[in-house]
Design a protein around this ligand. Structure first.
Ligand SMILES: Cc1cc2nc3c(=O)[nH]c(=O)nc-3n(C[C@H](O)[C@H](O)[C@H](O)COP(=O)(O)OP(=O)(O)OC[C@H]3O[C@@H](n4cnc5c(N)ncnc54)[C@H](O)[C@@H]3O)c2cc1C
Length: 266
C-alpha cells in the first residue's frame, strides 16, 4: 500500500520545525528515521496531513556528555551512532547492550533514539532502557522546553506525555553510579524482532531499577522480581499467550537481577 497524500517540510532549524508543528490548523507529525512512521503511513494506520522531517536540523544531531556526566542524545542521533560510540559502550553498558536488540543494522542506521522513545511501542527496547537508567526526555514546544522523567513520559500503547505542538529534542541518560551492575534480557522469535517480553535491570548502591517490558501497556518499573507476576498485564496475541509472557517475565526478572548483582560485585 501507499500512504495518503501529505505535505512535506524539511526545516533547517528547530525554531522552524516548532513553528510548523505549532500550526493547529494542520495535523503534522515529526519524521525522524521513518522506521515506524513510514510503514504506519503505508498501512494507513497513520494519516498525517503534513510531515516535519528533522533530517536537515544539524543542531539536533549530537551525542555528548553533559556537565553533570549525563549522556545527552539529540533527536537526530541514530541508534547506530549510539552503538558506534565507545564512550556509550564503556559508560552506559546497559544502554549499549539493549540497543543491539533493536531491529537490524539497516533499521538502526536510520532509526533514532528519540524517535523510538516518542513512538513508544511497549515491546521496544529503548523505552525500557530509559526507565531502567532513570532517563529524562527534553521536549520543546510553543511554551518553551520542559524535562519529563521517563517514569512520567510513557503513558500507554504508542502514547507519551507530549502536548500538542511539542516534540522530543533530547534524551538524557544519567551516568550509572560507581559500583552499579546491569543486565538486559529479552525473548524474541528471532534476533532483531520486537521482544515478546524482556527485562532491563540496573543495580546501583542506593537503588535497584528492574524494568519489565512487552508485558503491559508500558514498561513497568519494579523494585523486586517477586512483584512481577502480579504487576504484569500481558496480552494474548498471535506471537505468544499472556500466560507464557507472564512466566517468561518472572523467569527473566530473576535471572537479570542475579546477573546485575553479580556485575555490581555482590
Ligand atoms: C523491520 C523493523 C524492525 C524493527 N525492530 C524493532 C525492535 O526490535 N525494537 C524496537 O524498539 N524497534 C524496532 N523497530 C522500530 C525502530 O526502532 C524505529 O526506528 C523506532 O521505533 C522509531 O524511530 P524513528 O526515528 O524511525 O521514528 P519515526 O518512524 O520517524 O517516527 C515514529 C513516531 O515517533 C514520532 N517521532 C519521531 N521522532 C520524534 C521526535 N523527536 N519528537 C516527537 N515525535 C517524534 C513520529 O512522529 C512517529 O509518530 C523496527 C523497525 C523495522 C522497520
Amino acid at each position: 500500500m501507499k500512504p495518503a497524500s501529505f505535505d512535506y517540510h524539511a526545516p533547517a532549524t528547530l525554531a522552524e520545525a516548532l513553528e510548523l508543528l505549532g500550526d493547529d490548523a494542520v495535523e503534522s507529525r515529526v519524521l525522524a528515521g521513518g522506521q515506524s512512521l513510514v510503514p504506519m503511513m503505508n498501512f494507513r494506520l497513520a494519516v498525517p496531513e503534513a510531515l516535519v522531517d528533522l533530517r536537515r536540523i544539524e543542531e539536533l544531531r549530537y551525542l555528548r556528555t553533559g556537565a553533570d556526566g549525563a549522556l545527552e542524545v539529540g533527536a537526530r542521533t541514530t541508534q547506530a551512532e549510539l552503538l558506534r560510540d565507545p564512550a556509550v559502550a564503556a559508560g552506559w553498558p546497559l544502554l549499549h547492550a539493549g540497543v543491539t536488540h533493536v531491529g537490524h543494522p539497516q533499521v538502526r542506521s536510520r532509526g533514532t533514539v528519540c524517535g523510538s522513545l516518542a513512538h513508544h511501542d511497549p515491546h521496544g527496547e529503548l523505552p525500557a532502557l530509559a526507565l531502567a537508567l532513570g532517563a529524562t526526555i527534553t521536549v520543546a514546544g510553543p511554551d518553551g522546553r520542559r524535562r519529563i522523567a521517563a517514569e512520567d513520559f510513557f503513558v500507554s500503547f504508542y502514547e507519551v506525555a507530549l502536548e500538542s505542538g511539542e516534540m522530543v529534542v533530547e534524551a538524557r541518560f544519567p551516568a550509572p553510579p560507581a559500583g552499579s551492575g546491569w543486565s538486559f534480557r529479552e525473548i524474541a522469535r528471532r534476533h532483531g524482532d520486537f521482544a515478546l517480553v524482556g527485562v532491563a535491570c540496573l543495580v546501583a548502591p542506593a537503588e535497584t531499577r528492574l524494568v519489565v517490558f512487552g508485558a503491559a501497556e508500558r514498561p513497568l518499573l519494579l523494585a523486586d522480581p517477586g512483584e512481577v507476576a502480579a504487576a504484569v498485564r500481558p496480552l494474548d496475541d498471535l506471537h505468544a499467550s499472556a500466560e507464557y509472557r507472564r512466566q517468561v517475565a518472572v523467569q527473566l526478572a530473576g535471572e537479570a537481577l542475579a546477573e546485575a548483582r553479580e556485575r555490581a560485585g555482590g
